[in-house]
Every structure is written in structure tokens, then in C-alpha cells.
Design a protein around this ligand. Structure first.
Ligand SMILES: NC(=O)c1ccc[n+]([C@@H]2O[C@H](COP(=O)([O-])OP(=O)(O)OC[C@H]3O[C@@H](n4cnc5c(N)ncnc54)[C@H](OP(=O)(O)O)[C@@H]3O)[C@@H](O)[C@H]2O)c1
Length: 315
């Protein structure tokens, strides 16, 4: 099958396009999906560099990527929820990957039916980034209608869905991005915009119920004074310092949390309903053919993407 492979950890030049990659075979309880589109996430690049290598199989070649959309072509024994022919979208475990390819084998618990009103490329752009924001805002910050959230890194892959989900939850949303992305975030529903190149958000004379540090350069210690009593800081960066802050804030009036995204059918179904009702729209910056997976990762690593970067897998 066609796939992007790497045979060792390293810079983007370890990524190569192959037309002879081994097609996966689903085990009992798994499905085989013929992928039509995949999406990139910064964690794909971290895995390529060797992140969590001691927790991963030592076998090479590896296929990067977690986000995909496609059609089920084989349902292994014991699969009841999905059937051959179903159009699905989903996210594989980030340490396993496998999405920059023509086929992926996956647990049915990590996929959902694809929203009907969007393309395969658009569907692939949703899972990891939107699930992260859904789980951060709904499960960690318990964001409620009428509350306020400030999103640092609002114009990237995770941020563009965070704005829309916060809006759907009825929260007042402040988006932090550079000036060039102000129109984008406004169009997604941000109530207020802060250009971080002009304004130091840490000096704002205002408080929020949630500080969502998507970009990852504002710690709980730096942002505590921006949070209301009972407010929550959530970081997307699983660094030891952020887990330490989470532990130390357990008995404080302001909580620190770290989001670790998980793929679940029930959450993918919730996102599908938001998409089909028009409350959540895919935001795609660039689409590359699968064969250009290396260039796509190089672009993502500039940290200038506006929304998501996608791979077209179906030729
Ligand atoms: N823990 C988890 O489960 C989890 C899940 C998903 C993602 N993450 C992590 O979350 C982070 C963000 O992911 P992503 O997909 O959104 O990344 P991304 O798409 O690469 O983010 C790009 C965006 O970052 C913005 N940016 C660059 N410098 C900035 C700065 N100094 N301040 C604020 N914004 C800045 C850029 O906007 P401008 O051009 O306007 O500056 C650009 O739109 C990554 O580190 C990723 O690994 C973690």
C-alpha cells in the first residue's frame, strides 16, 4: 500500500513515501479502514523525533499520524457497531500512529461515523484537535454557558476548534493570536481578540473562568492572576512542570490541569452532531498529497499553520 514511512527517528528527512508498505491486517475486534484523508498534528513530529520511544515498539518502519477519515473495508470478528462500507473518522493512539497510509487497522472505540455534510479531507481535520478542546473545556474546566475563556494559540489546529466549541458551550471567548489571524478567529466566533505581538496578556486587567494554554508558553504560575476564584488553567503540554502545577493546585481555589486527548466514539459522535448542526466547521490551511508528507510536516513545524494541515490519501 501507499504510505509515508520512517526507518529511524530524526528530522523530517527520515520520512519517505513508499508504494510498497505492508498493508495491516485487522485482529479480532478491529476494523480495517481504507483512508481517503489524514491530518497532521505537532505530536506526529515529536513521535518522528523519538518522543516516548521507550514506551513504543522498537520495530521500524513506522508510519506517522493519528487523524484519518475513510471507509471500512473489513470488520474483524466480534465487531458489531460498524460494518463494511461505513464512512468513518477517527484517531489512532499517538504513540502507534499509522494514519499517513492507504489503510489503517483500528479499534472501533477510536472511530465514529463521519459527519455527512463535510468532505473526507474536512473530516480528517477534526478528531485529535477538536477532541482535545472538547475534553479540556467540558471535562477538565467544566466550562458553562455564561463563563469566560481565554485561548492562547487560538489560530492553530487546536485553537480553531476551541473557539467554536467554547462558543457552542455558550462561553465568552477571548482569542490570542497574531494580527494576521485576527479575521480568521473573529469569523470563528471569538468575542474578543488579543494580538500577542502588541499586548501582553499577562498584564490584562480582567479575569476569566478558564485559561486554555494551547500554544504552551504560559504557565499556571504566570496566569494565575487572570483566573477567577474557582477558575481552571488547562495546558496542552504534558511537561513534568505542568503535572507538578496540577498536583500542587489540588487544594487551591484555582486549578491547574493538563489535557491528554483520548479518542472515543461517544465524543466523536458529539462532534459529529455539532458539525451536522453547523456549530463546528472544519478549518483547513493546506492540503498536500500523501507523497508530500515530509513537506507537510516541515510546514507544520513552522508553527504558523492557520487551522489544520491535511494529506489527501485517495489519489
Ligand atoms: N496534550 C494533548 O493531548 C495535546 C493534543 C493536541 C495538541 N497538543 C499540543 O498543543 C500544541 C498546539 O497544537 P496545534 O495543533 O494547535 O499547533 P499548531 O497548529 O502548530 O499551532 C500553530 C499556531 O500557533 C500560533 N502561535 C505561534 N507562536 C505563538 C505564540 N508565541 N503565542 C500564541 N500563538 C502562537 C500560530 O499563530 P500566529 O501565527 O498568529 O502566531 C499558529 O496559528 C502543540 O504543542 C501540540 O503538541 C497536545
Amino acid at each position: 500500500m501507499h504510505a509515508i514511512l520512517y526507518h529511524k527517528y530524526g528530522l523530517p528527512d527520515v520520512l519517505n513515501y513508499s508504494q510498497n508498505a505492508k498493508k495491516p491486517k485487522p485482529d479480532r475486534g478491529e476494523v480495517l479502514v481504507k483512508i481517503e484523508a489524514a491530518a497532521l498534528n505537532p505530536v506526529d513530529c515529536e513521535m518522528r523525533k523519538g518522543m516516548l520511544s521507550i514506551l513504543r515498539s522498537s520495530k521500524f518502519p513506522k508510519i506517522p499520524g493519528s487523524d484519518f477519515a475513510g471507509r471500512i473495508v473489513e470488520a474483524g470478528a466480534g465487531v458489531t457497531r460498524f460494518k463494511e462500507g461505513d464512512e468513518v473518522y477517527g484517531m489512532s493512539k499517538t504513540r502507534i500512529g499509522g494514519a499517513y497510509a492507504e489503510y489503517i487497522k483500528i479499534s472501533p472505540q477510536e472511530i465514529g461515523l463521519k459527519p455527512k455534510n463535510i468532505t473526507m479531507e474536512e473530516a480528517a481535520s477534526i478528531p485529535l484537535a477538536a477532541l482535545t478542546s472538547l475534553q479540556a473545556m467540558r471535562d477538565l474546566a467544566h466550562l458553562q454557558s455564561g463563563q469566560s475563556v481565554i485561548i492562547n494559540g487560538a489560530s492553530g489546529g487546536v485553537g480553531v476548534y476551541a473557539i467554536q466549541l467554547a462558543k457552542a458551550m455558550g462561553a465568552e471567548t477571548t482569542a490570542v493570536c497574531s494580527f494576521r489571524n485576527a479575521e480568521l478567529v473573529k469569523g470563528l466566533g471569538a468575542d474578543h481578540i488579543i494580538d500577542y505581538t502588541q499586548t501582553d496578556m499577562l498584564k490584562l486587567d480582567q479575569k476569566f473562568d478558564m485559561f486554555y494554554d494551547v500554544y504552551g508558553n504560559k504557565s499556571l504560575a504566570k496566569t494565575r492572576q487572570l483566573l477567577n476564584h474557582g477558575g481552571t488553567y488547562v495546558s496542552t503540554i504534558p511537561w513534568p512542570a505542568n503535572f507538578q502545577a496540577q498536583f500542587l493546585s489540588m487544594f487551591s481555589s484555582v486549578k491547574g490541569k493538563v489535557v491528554l486527548v483520548k479518542s472515543r466514539t461517544s465524543d466523536l459522535d458529539e462532534l459529529r452532531q455539532l458539525i451536522e448542526s453547523g456549530q463546528l466547521k472544519p478549518v483547513i490551511d493546506k492540503v498536500y498529497p500523501l507523497a508530500e508528507g515530509r513537506a507537510a510536516q516541515e510546514y507544520l513545524e513552522t508553527r504558523r499553520a492557520r487551522g489544520k494541515v491535511v494529506l489527501r490519501v485517495k489519489s
